[in-house]
Ligand binder design. Sequence first.
Ligand SMILES: [Zn+2]
Length: 470
Amino acid sequence: MNEELGEIKDAAIFIRGNVIEWVGKTSELPAGLADSAERVIEGRGHVFMPGMVNTHAHMFQALNRCMAQDQTLHGWLKTLYPIWANHTGDSVYVSTLVSIAELILSGCTTSSDHLYIYPNDVKLDDTIRAARALGFRFHPVRGGMSAGVSKGGIAPDSVVEAEAAILEDMERCIRDFHDNSKLSMLRMSLGPASQKTVTNDLMVSSARLARKHEGVRLHTHLAENQEDIEYTHRLYGYRFGDYIKKVEWDQSDCWFAHCCMLNESERALFAERGIGVAHCPSSNTRLASGIAPIRQMLDQGVNVGLGVDGACSNDCQNLLAEARLAVLLQRAGGNPKQLGVRECLRMATVGGATNLGRADVLGQIAPGFAADLIGYKTAGNLAFAGTGADPLAALLLVQPSAGYVNWSIIDGHVVVREGVLMAASPDGAPSRDADQVAAELRAGEGVPFDMEWLLAQADKYCYELTATAR
Ligand SMILES: [Zn+2]
């Protein structure tokens, strides 16, 4: 994904600590570097690419998949809100572990996560705990809903918060967790859930709060479907472009999910201001929201990244599968050149990194970039049989048969070793000395993540969340 380096056959990558120091042909690897390597990972028969960057997710939804199968967004939300209202800090922690495990194994090394519902004792901290347990680069979004049904919104009054409380907690999360260093493992964003669930005041206040802190960004849903157009028009008499200007979400520190319904002048505004889009094709088709005009966005100069969206409006959290669907959907209208495979892999990496304000260190395998990369074993894998003409394109085109990554390295740590997810702590709980664990992972020791424990927890909470909602 580095324009100068391009794609390299028989490549070697040299990582020092958490940074890529050198990449090129193995035959050209400087002898001094080769001799100094403490650890060598054999990559023969693999395709390595930059770890992908997922820019829209709701990880709290992973325990309630495959529900409300034949609903549009509104009906789907109405079915699920009462179930999510039963979430606790522990169930959100388990749900987030499930999501991150699935994202890592399918090739993501960084993700944003939009948590917009805070029932019972749920805190953003529960998702951060999960990201740290798996050594995942994380951009959590402190969301929130304030306008319940009684205020003309769509969420039950029981799951909304007071706007002052939302803002106060946003400030606490920035103070406690936001790290704006170059290779940061965690940066905060703020994101009231959508224009249908908060007031314009909260949108404005959260934008102003974010801009007091360098590196804190703004993210939410926008222009998802036809109902959104009608809602915005009915309430304000205008469209999305006017709305984001009015609430001060019209700057380059904003990126929006979906944007299926952006018109030409709105796309031009996005391009002019450097506002990003998180394209979520599975969710948009599952909920019959529409097909986002990605070709037009790219042609007009809008940055587009990809997103898996909520685990239960997609039902699977695999960004390469999103990339494949994005390519196919853009072509479905009759033009095979509408979106290219490499163009879409770029959206999954560089496009995502740009949405998160991390294009300087994420999304490329190049000197000075973060040591975040994934390796698919293509040799000896039936899914890749006959793909020798273009092994890189095969990663996208043979999804979903490609299976999981064989290697994933995040921040210089091996988090997937020969297909096995490793843990920053054995049971997913941050109980061990973090520095010691990091040293072990770097040295290739580490411990396999206890997947059996996680699956049992997921079953338990899946049952509990739905049982008490009946
Ligand atoms: Zn969403």
